[in-house]
Each structure stands twice: as C-alpha cells, then as structure tokens.
Write a protein that binds this ligand. Structure first.
Ligand SMILES: [Zn+2]
Length: 272
C-alpha cells in the first residue's frame, strides 16, 4: 500500500516529462472525414471515437458513401460530429452525379432530415458545373445555409461562384495541386470561400513550414482549416500520426493563427 502511494508522484512526473511533440496539445477540428461502407466492419462508431480521442480531434466534418455511415457516427456523438450529405449512393456515383437527376432526388430527400451542415465532399471539375443538378444543388445550399464541400480545381470553384454568388464553398484539399499563391488569389477574390488541407504535405518539407505557405496563412488566417481524409480504411489507423505532422508546422505559426487553422475557423463556419 505504502509503495503504491510512493510510486504515484513518480508516475505523474513521467507523464508530465513526455516530449511535447507527442502531446495533442492543439485540439483539432478535422474538416475532412469519411466513414464509408468498407470502414464499418473494421471500426464500429465507438472505435472511431476512440481514434478521435487519441488524435485530439475535438470535432469532425463527416460524410460517407453511402450516407448511413455519417448517421451512425452522428447518432453516437451528435455534439462531436458535424454531418454533411455526400451525393453518392455508391462509389459509382462519383463520376456521373453532376448530371444525374436521380442523385438530386436522393439529395433532396435526405436533406429533409435537417441535420446536415453541408453537401459534400463531392468531386466536380471545370466544365462540369453547368448542369440542372448542380444549379439546383447550389440553390439548395443557399436556401438551407449549407456549405458546399468541393473537391475541385480552381476552374470549378470559379464556375460555382459564377453560377450562384451566394454559395459558401469549403475547398477540399485546397485544390490538391494549387500552390499557396493561387489559393490566396481565390481567397482574396471570394469572401465565401474556405480551404482545407487534407492529404497535402507541401506546407512543410522535413517539418519546416514553407515561407510561401506561411504568407498564405498569415494573409488568410480566418479561412483555412485542417483535415485528414479517411478515404480508405487504412487511413483510420494512421490518423493520429497525420495530425501530429500537421501540428509540427502549425506550431511554427503564431499561436492565435495556429488555433484558428486547427479548429476555430471550422467551429465558426459550422457553428456549435
Ligand atoms: Zn475526401
């Protein structure tokens, strides 16, 4: 008994002396999570929430193919999961959804649930936006105050704003291959545009924040957020590591800017 009491302060000392790098000190709002069908058998919702705990993920923007995965997670932790409606009933919809009236009917029906904060993440590229389906989706988004989460090139972002200047767009992967200057240009031009950095690693090479990216973060500290993108099941196990890598460059920014990018911007966009 006595020994146990003596050991306790020593254990506490060890915990507090753990390297700062491994501590999830910067909470994260993960703005790019999928919980799609292949994930369900491997990680039930309780396991997903444990991964979020391990990774220091406070809240997450979640979509899935089909949508039922999002609902299962949301039911388990409604305060933590921000649901968005993905317009894909199966992976097969990914390439053709923008021209498919049946997808529109599916979206309109599911939105009646009234829980969603966004539509996406969807894939849409320049030249694909001017269809009755996309025009109506943009209209619905404005009507219901939903964010469009678009995996798009720069052209499609511009086309969406031209189609309906009132839409709010969260630009998935910040265009994946658009550089910091191009991202800044679009953010300058469209006040209703936000960008998230899932999958990207060009912000920092060898752990050192790139100066052009730093300039972007300081120019638009209020409209950039982080995410991981669990687009295949294997990414779930690696998620805490991905976010630790993000924290390495986030820590090289002023604390206030780092907190905005890590979670405050997403909290503001998606509300409590
Ligand atoms: Zn994705």
């Amino acid at each position: 008994m006595l020994r146990r009491w003596l050991a306790l302060p020593f254990v506490l000392l060890l915990v507090s002396a753990a390297p700062a790098q491994s501590q999830p000190d910067l909470p994260i709002f993960d703005a790019h999570i999928h919980y799609s069908q292949p994930d369900w058998a491997v990680y039930p919702p309780e396991e997903i929430l444990k991964i979020f705990d391990r990774a220091g993920v406070r809240r997450a923007l979640v979509s899935s193919t089909p949508d039922d995965g999002t609902l299962r997670l949301y039911e388990k932790a409604p305060a933590r999961i921000v649901p968005e409606l993905r317009p894909y009933r199966t992976r097969g919809d990914m390439a053709s959804w923008h021209g498919d009236p049946a997808v529109l009917a599916y979206v309109e029906e599911r939105l009646k649930r009234g829980i969603y904060k966004g539509i996406g993440e969807f894939h849409l590229f320049g030249g694909q936006t001017n269809t009755p389906v996309i025009r109506r989706i943009a209209e619905l988004a404005v009507e219901k105050n939903l964010v469009l989460h678009a995996h798009s090139d720069e052209a499609a972002v511009e086309e969406l704003f031209a189609l309906n200047p009132k839409v709010k767009i969260l630009w998935a992967h910040a265009g994946m291959s658009s550089g910091p200057e191009a991202i800044a240009k679009l953010l300058d031009r469209y006040p209703n545009l936000w960008a998230e950095l899932a999958i990207r690693s060009d912000m920092a090479s060898g752990g050192k924040l790139d100066p052009a990216w730093r300039a972007l973060f300081l120019r638009h500290p209020d409209r950039i957020m982080v995410g991981t993108d669990t687009w295949v099941t294997s990414r779930w196990d690696a998620l805490p590591g991905y976010l630790d890598e993000m924290r390495v460059w986030l820590r090289q920014l002023p604390r206030e800017v780092a907190e905005k990018i890590a979670y405050r911007n997403a909290e503001r966009l998606f509300g409590p």
